[in-house]
Design a protein around this ligand. Structure first.
Ligand code: SF4
Ligand code: SF4
Ligand code: FES
Length: 259
């Protein structure tokens, strides 16, 4: 049997332990992945004892409390704190999600927090999304039509508008793509569920005149057909969207030539 070992410099070590200083009787242990490229050291898991009596309900609140009161060196992304911007996506208790919408009460025992899986890490909980953004750019996520800009709205029927439901809500948080085994192994070539859902969003927009070209562009063994309908993506989406279905719809359109 082949044994695959992590390179020495990827092995995660036990990190620092931050004992509670408040004397609170309501403490939870929070284990957080730490890595600082400027030190040349291996990644580690730091453990923080957090006073939960004075902590609001979401995982992001726990991280903010750690950063503001215990260890200001902790790095993570966040902005809206309302599940809208997608920047606080991370892996909590083994599941990808948005830290600002995930209640810590849902997690039993210690709270374990890691960056999104299978991304290069820039620092601590911040994953490198540059490949995903390049892929997003490649599908040209904007309306393409020949209508002159005459200041009049570009209308569509109610029925056509409804086709965008379940797609336009995507916030490009990458929870789906980073939970997809096909994307883990072929992330440079396979577009992955987030980008393919976005591609489909433009493919079925009745106002867009580039449907055929858009379909031809993604109809590729690697870009599209690496999806094996395992459904991890749909299970991971914190907005309740169904990227696997969007991918299946693209495949169906290509097979039936209904475009
Ligand atoms: S359904 Fe496709 S995109 Fe979703 S996790 Fe599975 S392989 Fe990835
Ligand atoms: S489909 Fe869901 S999980 Fe994927 S990027 Fe969009 S909002 Fe995030
Ligand atoms: S901070 Fe914007 S989605 Fe969480």
């Amino acid at each position: 049997m082949v044994q695959i070992n992590l390179p020495q410099n990827s092995k995660i070590k036990k990190g620092k332990y931050y004992k509670d200083q408040t004397g609170s009787k309501n403490i939870r242990k929070v284990n957080v992945y730490r890595w600082d490229p400027s030190t040349g050291e291996n990644p580690s898991i730091d453990t923080y004892e957090v006073d939960m009596d004075n902590c609001p309900s979401k995982i992001l609140d726990v991280l903010n409390k750690i950063k503001n009161e215990i260890d200001s060196s902790l790095a993570y992304r966040r902005s809206c704190a309302h599940g809208v911007c997608g920047s606080c996506a991370m892996n909590m208790d083994g599941k990808n999600g948005l830290a600002c919408t995930r209640p810590h009460a849902e997690i039993k025992g210690d709270i374990n927090i890691y960056p999104l899986p299978h991304l290069k890490v820039l620092k601590d909980l911040i994953g490198d999304l540059s490949v995903l953004y390049k892929q997003y750019e490649s599908i040209e996520p904007w309306l393409k039509n020949s209508k002159k800009d005459d200041g009049i709205e570009n209308l569509q029927t109610r029925k056509d508008r409804e086709k965008l439901d379940g797609l336009y809500e995507c916030i490009m948080c990458a929870c789906c793509s980073t939970s997809c085994p096909s994307y883990w192994w072929n992330g440079e070539k396979y577009l992955g569920p987030a980008v393919l859902l976005q591609a489909y969003r433009w493919i079925i927009d009745s106002r867009d005149e580039d449907r055929k070209e858009r379909l031809q562009k993604v109809a590729d063994e690697l870009k599209l057909y690496r999806c094996h309908t395992i459904m991890n993506c749909t299970n991971a989406c914190p907005k309740g969207l169904n990227p696997a279905k969007a991918i299946a719809e693209i495949k169906k359109m290509l097979v039936t030539s209904k475009y």
